[in-house]
Each structure stands twice: as C-alpha cells, then as structure tokens.
Design a protein around this ligand. Sequence first.
Ligand code: NAP
Length: 461
Amino acid sequence: MNTNSSGMMALAPNTSNKRETVCIFGTGDFGRALGHKMIQCGYPVVYGSRSTQISNLIPKDAEVLSHAEAAQKAAIIIIAIQRQHYNFLTPLAEILHGKVVVDISNNLKLNQYPESNAEYLAQLLPGTRVVKAFNTVSAWALQSGALDASRQVFVCGDDMDAKQMVMNIVRALGLTPLDQGSLLAAQEIENYPLQLFPMWKFPVFLSLGLTVFFFFYCLALDVIYTYVYENKNFSFFIAITIPNRICPVMALILLGLVYLPGVLAAIIQLYRGTKYHRFPDWLDKWMLCRKQLGLIALAFASLHAVFTLASPLRSFVKWRTGKAIISQALNNKTEPLDTTSAWLSDSYLALGILGFFFFVLVGITSLPSVSNSVNWREFRFVQSKLGYLTLILCTAHTLVYGGKWFLSPSAYRWYLPNIYMLSLVVPCAVLVVKFVLIFPCVDKPLTQIRQGWERNPKHSE
Ligand code: NAP
C-alpha cells in the first residue's frame, strides 16, 4: 500500500488486483458480518476493538488491534459501533485525520437526534471524510448471503473521492451502490430502515376498511334481508358470492382512486393558473401511493377472475341451472333464445376479459424490473393511456352487468343502493372529469401551465 510523505495512506483508487486493507471499529454483529464478507471478497481486514483478544467469532484471517493501531493500517475506517459510543473517537481525531470514515449506524426511532449520525460523526472528527453507507443492509443478510431484497446500498457524503472509494467496496461485495448526494441526505438514509412499507400503509388500510364495509353491506342486503323478508337461508353466500361481489367492486373503486388524484391535480392547477404551487400534503401523499393502490386493485381483479371461473363448480349454480331445465321440461316449453340478453352477457364478458388483460399489462409495467426497461414516454403511455383504457373497460363491464339494477325497485333493499351502483361512483366521476379535461379549451391552458406558463406570474417585470 502506498504511503505519502506525512506517513498517511494514499487514497488513490487501487488499480492492482490486491485490495486495500479496510479497518472496522467494533467486533459486534455487524462488524463481524461485514468483515467476514470483505475477507471473502479479498479485502484484508483489521479490527479496532476495546479488547484485542481474538475470539472464535471473529473471522479467522482478520487482525484485532487497538483502535489507534488498527486505524493506522487502513485508509478506510468503518465504524460498526452505536452512535451513543462515538465519544471514544475524539482522542483518535489526529490518527483519523484525512481518512475516509464510514458511518453505518441506525437509530431506534425516526428523527431520533436533531442531526444525522453521520453529520454528528463529521462534527466529532472534523478532519475526516465521512461517508454514510451500509446501514440498509442487515448483519444477518450479509452473513447468510440472503441479500436479494437488500442489494441496494445508499451512499452519501461530501467528498466525491471518498464516496467513490466506498462505492467501489460496495460493488466488490456484490451489492449495488446508490449515490444519494451530500451528507445532508444521511438523515433520510438513516430513517429508511425504520420505515415499514411506507407507501403501502394508506392503500392497505383503505382497502381493508372498504372491504370490511362492503362485506357487512352485502351481508345485510344479501343474507340478512333475504332471511328476514323471504325466510331463505343464504348464509353460504359468505364463502363465494359475497367475496365475488366485493372483489370487482374493490378493484374498480381502487382503480378509480389511482386516477382521481391526477384529475384533482389538474383542476387545482387550472384554478391556480400555475404549477409552481405545492399541492396539499394529502394530495402529494395520495399521488405517491398510486402504484400501490393499482397493484392492490389488480389483486382484487385477479381474485374476481378466479372466483368467476370457479362459479360453474358451485352446487348452488348447478342447482339453479338444473331447476331451470327441469321447469322447462315439466312445462314442455323451451325458453326462446333472448338475443338481447346474449348480447349483454357476451359484451359483459368481453369487456371484463379485455379490462383484465390491460389491467395485468399496466400492473406488470409498474414493476421495477419492467419499468426500468422502457423509457419515460413508453412508461407514461402504458400507465396513463392504457390505464384509462382499463378504467373505461372495467367501468363498462360493471355498467353492462349492474346497469339493470339502477331502475329496478327490488335493487333498493332497505332503501340502500346495490353494491354495483356504489362501485361506479368514483370511476364514473373520474372519467367524466377526464373527458372534460381533454376538451381543447381546457386541455390547451392546462398543457401551457404544465410547461411553465403562469396566469399571474409573480416575477413579471
Ligand atoms: P453490537 O453487536 O452491539 O456491536 C457493537 C460494538 O460496538 C461492540 O461489539 C463493541 O465492539 C463496540 N462498542 C460497544 N460499546 C462501546 C464503547 N463504549 N466504546 C467503543 N466501542 C464500543 O451492534 P451491531 O449490531 O454490530 O451494530 C453496530 C452498528 O451497526 C450500529 O450503529 C447499528 O445501528 C449498525 N447496523 C447494524 C445492523 C445489524 O444488522 N446488526 C445493520 C445495519 C447497521 P468491541 O467490543 O470490539 O469494542
């Protein structure tokens, strides 16, 4: 390894095959797992520890020295120690001067400290080049090799060369470094592992809430009502009939909710006459979880398809079909083919199949592995144009099926509308507003606003 005139390690990237020694402070779970992986990848590892006694837990080819001795052996020092113990580093400031110090720490709570751990480390050791990395990878994943879900390593730091050196190590370990910019990004990177499916929370809770609501709605109208007024026991509807009513309704409502924030945003921009005002917080958050809403909608649509395909196997359906045939046989009369009904039922099925096909296409394109292989224009085309086509087809599918209920008084049990009518409110509202928005007299100013034009520019001369 090269040393410069002041006896300090040269930080130039190593072009030979031999890897540079890496120093890890702390022989705890993460320090050991990272050291083990680094040794596997050809890096000489030296540990800085409070105790220099070799334990059999420590990777066998690693050296264990005092913090000061270990730091002198490497240009990169990884601090695998909790933030609350960072004070012990202050006396080492001189030895660490000019070195790359990697902060890998996490906290127990979101925004636990006023500044990020990495910024705190940079304040404690002002002469060092602090880089934040590795905090999103777990010791267990490093050791067991189960890195599939956590291959991405967020890296940030103020010194480009230092960051580059750390990113080279990340790559050498078979992980993917993602440059997040300066050390200011550290707080966000530290909060990341503490978040539990942040974008899924709202869509999941909303779906659960709506599913429970529609379940009791159907239970009341399809099971309790028929029991009370017709003395029929349809409690078995709970197994397939009710789920197969809820699934398409949920799929359609959630699909409508994917496109509703877009039209609301357009209305807000038209009203304000500018795009340079922030949307309300709730709308921002809603827009960010549209993909998750869409994927949950697709899951409901898939369940609906499976339930529908399984319908002919149901004994209730077999009994009803048999009953109709026997009644025709007993009356010695064949019902004539009603071509209007045949048209309606075929159109209903065709619209459903096409709607489901495009639904799957839009859903697949939103997956990162697929969206990464299309350009921005193609992605927008699929998500917006084909997405709206899906919404139109699925709304038409529901209208053809449930349209007859609108005028039928028997559909209003206990004066409540049928579940199909409820499912049409959001998608129809979205489609009507979208239809208005594509009129040239509305579309033209909206396009201008989105290109930066302002009705009342603030900075006009
Ligand atoms: P750990 O098993 O508790 O190890 C921490 C190490 O810090 C100890 O083994 C000890 O090493 C050293 N240490 C403890 N008290 C000290 C003190 N007063 N002064 C100096 N050194 C002290 O913790 P860990 O799980 O390895 O986590 C270490 C850091 O990695 C934490 O900041 C954590 O947030 C981060 N991290 C952990 C994981 C993970 O999966 N575990 C994942 C990402 C990030 P010596 O006995 O050798 O001195």
